[in-house]
Design a protein around this ligand. Structure first.
Ligand code: GRF
Length: 207
């Protein structure tokens, strides 16, 4: 698989930083070709520039429709020969133009064990539901919101005294480990989609 990554962000960019660090440390055999934010004030843009990575803002407010914004993002990704798109705190739904340009080649990271607690505020949802365990999911992105084939999941305990902030912080540590591993697994190939399932042919890989 083409090992050039495009990372889409909207804010802080700590998962982007985890990918940058994993590349630098040789745990992730990839090149981050470009980072694109839909918000000009995303702190992650600065993280990318500091690491010498091209960082662009394509402000969604400058587009007349979601499809037009998606097409603009897709053009920039293709112009840099990106093979795998990583959403990292990208607060936009990905529409048909991007999904069709990168079939089974867009990953997301979500702070719960899907299909529990999809959408926004997953950590608060877990606490309010009374879940004892939540965690991290890295799915492929499809038209179903947070419903694509699951590449990696990691559990994280929910403690009695947790607030959304303390649980988010504990989950985030696991996100930073899981995302580079999931990206590496996808880039290594040797997987297929069977129905809803992401299936790896390499033994011992299905964690
Ligand atoms: C993370 O919790 C991620 O799971 C969710 O949005 C947050 C982004 O954080 N999709 P960051 O911008 O990567 O620091």
């Amino acid at each position: 698989m083409n090992r050039r990554l495009g990372v889409l962000i909207s804010g802080r960019g700590s998962n982007l930083q985890a990918l940058i660090d994993a590349v630098h440390e040789g745990r992730l055999n990839a090149t981050i070709a470009v980072v694109i934010s839909n918000r000009p004030d995303a702190a992650g843009l600065e993280r990318a520039r500091k690491a010498g990575i091209e960082a662009l803002c394509i402000d969604h407010q400058g587009s007349t429709s979601r499809d037009e914004h998606d097409r603009a993002v897709g053009r920039e990704l293709r112009a840099r020969d990106v093979g795998l798109v990583c959403l990292a705190g990208y607060m936009r739904l990905v529409g048909a133009p991007l999904l069709e340009a990168f079939p089974n080649a867009i990953l997301n990271i979500h702070p719960s064990l899907l299909p529990a607690f999809p959408g926004v505020d997953a950590q608060r949802q877990a606490i309010e539901h009374g879940a004892k365990v939540s965690g991290v999911t890295v799915p492929l992105v499809t038209a179903a919101l947070d419903g694509g084939p699951i590449v990696i999941q990691r559990p994280v305990p929910v403690l009695d005294g947790d607030t959304p902030e303390t649980l988010s912080a504990r989950i985030l540590l696991e996100e930073h480990r899981a995302y580079p591993e999931a990206v590496q697994a996808v880039l290594e190939g040797g997987w297929r989609i069977e129905g809803r399932r992401f299936v790896r042919s390499v033994s011992g890989a299905s964690r």
